[in-house]
Design a protein around this ligand. Sequence first.
Ligand code: SAM
Ligand code: SF4
Length: 326
Amino acid sequence: MVDSFGRKINYMRISVTDRCNLRCRYCMPEEGVQNLGHGKILSLEDLARLARVAAQVGISKIRLTGGEPLVRKNITGLVACLADIDGIDDIAMTTNGLLFPALAQDLKDAGLKRINISMDTLKEERFEYITRRGDLSSVREAVFKALELEMNPVKINVVVIRGFNDDEIVDFARLAYDHPLHIRFIEFMPVGDLLFWEPQRMMNSDEIRMVLQNDYELTPQKAIEGNGPARYYKISGGAGSIGFISPMSHQFCSECNRIRLTADGKLRGCLYEKQEVDLKEALEREASDEELRELFWRAIKSKPARHNMDSGWGQQNLRKMYQIGG
Ligand code: SAM
Ligand code: SF4
């Protein structure tokens, strides 16, 4: 389906839970997190039904996210249901990786094709600091498990935070040089009005690229399989690649092909847009598929032309990143 600005919308990110086994400083507060209760969260059956309806309005690619998608019970069963839907040809996941090694083979067998693993630092103490818990060795294990299972492409998400991990940019590039990994440097975004956000902590993609150019020769490359807005570069002589996701410095809104479904059943046209369409309420009053399709169309048609991150998160935008699905 095409939105009001001529963009073809074929990609839905589904947040399957607002729960997480980490507390990353840029995503979640440390204390006072009140997770959605059982009745407030979409059941796996609801998620599968909504994905089926989404496929009818033109969604062909799904990414499972959260919170941490792997803490959701029977996530493997959900992947299997999604893989059975006519019209869905790509199922991917973004995860912190902690629970991935134990579930990896089952997820792959169920139909999970690709995986993005978030890893902001290669140093154990820094990892503990940024995630407020968590053990880096399990994430490393997840990365190599994904490579072993050939879940191509294996992408690593690195949120670059000045003064925290900007001195590791070259080390991450080395990882992509040595292994067939796609390292994606993400600009830090002021989502969720968290105290950790400070404008001077945001390092833009051009600055990151400059750091790399002293050590590596980067040549622009066509997009790696996926649906994202990253711009990719091949590292001369290396096994993997480097990508830049630049929501702050290079808006990619004109090419945006996505909608987002939150764990509590709200459809959002944009990460930054407060407007939501309530699918959970429709499911509770036993809406027909036809009605649900209308609601998808409504959300797609009201997708804004661009995000407005420059004007701040805003008081009415009550959600934080883990409650939307990054
Ligand atoms: N728990 C999973 C994980 O960490 O990969 C999935 C959910 S997480 C919200 C999805 C992605 O959003 C992660 O790669 C995370 O680093 C990124 N993210 C969260 N808050 C962010 C922020 N303020 N700026 C940029 N990226 C952010
Ligand atoms: Fe959890 Fe992912 Fe947010 Fe970290 S970024 S707190 S792992 S949801």
